[in-house]
Ligand binder design. Structure first.
Ligand code: NAD
Length: 277
């Protein structure tokens, strides 16, 4: 496929668009991921908590696609930050996925009330050093948590995977990360289907001009911002639509109009990282 790639600060390449499987039921995961791989997706974003790593692994095993052509991410769940729990968690994830390594392993949430995310990050870095993941990263980290990783561990994540879409753009986090070559992975890139994408300023006009859908315009906006995305769908037509975003460009003016749609905290559609524990 013609999916663009980015180079992470770890030196590894990542397809800028992939397939995320949050809320894909375990029994549907193998078929959904098989469909995605057939359509041309080569980057899969899962997590231990999604409960579908076995289905993801089965689809990968049955695909016949060489391991080094795939980019697989999974995540350390919140109740496993302490002690040697991360070591056990990555072993369990790799067993379920049927893989020797993942491409990216993330601390899923900082869970600040529990306050052991600095240790969890140290463990994920050590897991990387043992070769069980190629790159190490975090998810849902606000600047104040990232600063602790920088100051107390001194190793920067390759990515920070955060809720980010036109109504919730998190410029504070995006700028802090950009200054350190930490890539932003935008979860909920389509606002999780919770608002009408055609109502975002500039989106409908850009869709009309380019002959693309509102979802494709929003995904294109992410890509031109430098974000990594993995929109979720279990419908083949939408899987095809969501990867078909590499044959057009938004103008600078269209980008600026969508940039102006940010509602800050009011635009959040999902959980607040300060409150997830
Ligand atoms: P998303 O923005 O990808 O929204 C998915 C929903 O958008 C679908 O259920 C559907 O209703 C709609 N949709 C998809 N394609 C469409 C199209 N072409 N046209 C119109 N509507 C369309 O939200 P998400 O699934 O929450 O996020 C994507 C991925 O991000 C997840 O699957 C998961 O891998 C990851 N994620 C990570 C975290 C985290 O805490 N790190 C949290 C949530 C999601």
């Amino acid at each position: 496929t013609n999916v663009s790639t980015l180079t992470l600060n770890s030196g590894f390449e990542i397809p800028q668009l992939g397939y995320g499987v949050f809320k894909v039921p375990a029994e549907d995961a193998e078929r959904a991921v098989s469909d995605a791989l057939e359509i041309g997706y080569r980057h899969i974003d899962t997590a231990a908590i999604y409960g579908n790593e076995e289905g993801v692994g089965a689809a990968i095993a049955n695909s016949g696609i060489a391991r080094n052509e795939l980019f697989v991410t999974t995540k350390l769940w919140n109740d496993r930050h302490d002690g040697d729990e991360p070591d056990k968690a990555i072993d369990e994830s790799l067993t379920k996925l049927g893989l020797d390594y993942v491409d990216l392993y993330l601390v899923h949430w900082p869970t600040p009330a529990h306050d052991n995310y600095v240790h969890a990050w140290e463990k994920v870095v050590a897991i990387r050093d043992r070769g069980l993941t190629k790159s190490a990263g975090v998810s849902n980290h606000l600047v104040e948590y990232l600063e602790r990783l920088e100051n107390e561990v001194g190793v920067l994540p390759a990515v920070n995977q955060i809720e980010l879409h036109p109504y919730h753009q998190r410029r504070d986090i995006a700028e802090w990360c950009a200054a350190r070559d930490i890539k932003i992975e935008a979860w909920g890139p389509l606002g999780q289907g919770k608002y009408d994408l055609t109502e975002i300023p500039g989106v409908e006009a850009a869709a009309q001009r380019t002959g693309k859908s509102a979802a494709q315009v929003v995904l294109r906006w992410h890509l031109q911002k430098g974000n990594i995305v993995f929109p979720k769908s279990v419908r083949v037509e939408r899987l095809k639509e969501n990867i078909d975003v590499f044959d057009f460009e938004l103008t600078a003016a269209e980008m600026t109009t969508i940039d102006s749609a940010d509602k800050g905290e009011a635009g959040r559609v999902s959980a607040d990282p300060r409150e997830v524990n």
